[in-house]
Design a protein. Structure first.
Lengths: 158, 159
């Protein structure tokens, strides 16, 4: 046979396609938002990793960045936005506040957003530096590449 | 510390209705009874004092002291460039005070905040609802006897 074709695994190529076409939805509530903006703009540039497209509709996004303090008042909103995203969907907990409640150990703040929605990558730091954000994104890409791709659109348990 | 002119004038004019005055570190403070608040504030708002700006209304919970609560009003005179603080002690049994929202518009939301956090009732207030916390929140979170880490989630939490 003449050359001109390659062989690969369907699982692998689907993972490759997914990890480089993450549309993200920024759920920005507090000071970490500044670092998110800096990471998303030209200096650090999430777009180099295929995650440059910000969609402000949960319907069109695959990756939710939960950026900033989530209070109990806001918890139902976060849950609704997450439920509105279509599969496959991924969540990065951006900043100590979303990972564990951070410095706000009090009556108002949710002690970690994994009490509300499932989280794929935890990104600590108050606020995390943009390099850390890129690191988290690469970790998520590794996870997407190596996971079992559910291309039959199974319902994920949450 | 040198006593500011406005404090000595107030003491002269209202004598024993001014319960206490202090000027620690340049913070001029008068302590009064709650019945006198509206009258004093109206008086201060006129010339020559012109304390026309209400900077903040807040409350302090001195748990274990009687009276337990103390309302604090911060006023600013733009013409005299001077800040004045008015304190009004309130006992827990009768935790209410006249609303200042007819005198200053911004008192409306400031008083809603104090009601939300401390449970002080303001009579004469047009719309006394919680400002920060949600419907169904029980208790007043900035009171000293509210448990430090007690949260009241609106949705069922995972795990
Ligand atoms: S983790 Fe720090 S920087 Fe980020 S939202 Fe919380 S307090 Fe702000």
């Amino acid at each position: 046979m003449e050359g001109n074709f390659i062989t690969t695994k369907f699982n692998y190529i689907l993972g490759w396609a997914r990890k480089f076409s993450l549309f993200h939805y920024p759920f920005v509530t507090a000071c970490c938002g500044m670092e998110y903006m800096s990471a998303a703009c030209a200096h650090f540039d999430l777009d180099r990793f295929g995650a440059g497209w910000t969609r402000f509709s949960p319907r069109q996004s695959d990756m939710m960045l939960v950026v900033g303090t989530i209070s109990h008042k806001l918890a139902p909103v976060l849950r609704t936005v997450y439920d509105q995203m279509t599969e496959p969907k991924f969540v990065i907990a951006f900043g100590t506040c979303t990972v564990s409640g951070g410095i706000y150990d009090n009556y108002a703040v949710v002690q970690g957003i994994d009490k509300i929605i499932p989280v794929d990558v935890y990104l600590p730091g108050c606020p995390p530096r943009p390099e850390t954000v890129l690191d988290a994104l690469i970790k998520l890409q590794e996870k997407i590449q190596n996971q079992e791709q559910d291309w039959k659109w199974k319902k994920r348990k949450s | 510390m040198e006593e500011k002119k406005v404090i000595s004038e107030l003491k002269e004019k209202f004598t024993d209705r001014i319960k206490e005055t202090t000027s620690d570190f340049g913070d001029d403070t008068v302590t009064i009874d709650r019945d006198f608040l509206a009258e004093l504030v109206q008086f201060l708002k006129q010339k020559p004092y012109e304390y026309t700006m209400l900077l903040d209304i807040t409350c302090v919970d001195y748990l274990g002291r009687e009276p337990r609560f103390e309302m604090v009003y911060h006023l600013l005179s733009l013409s005299a460039k001077h800040r004045l603080r008015i304190k009004v002690p309130l006992s827990e049994k009768n935790l209410s005070i006249e609303s200042m929202s007819s005198i200053w518009k911004n008192a409306n939301w400031l008083e809603r905040e104090v009601y939300d956090m401390f449970g002080v009732r303001f009579y004469g207030h047009p719309d006394l609802r919680r400002l920060f916390m949600y419907d169904g929140f029980e208790g007043f979170p900035l009171r000293k006897d509210y448990p430090l880490r007690k949260s009241q989630p609106r949705i069922k939490l995972r795990k």
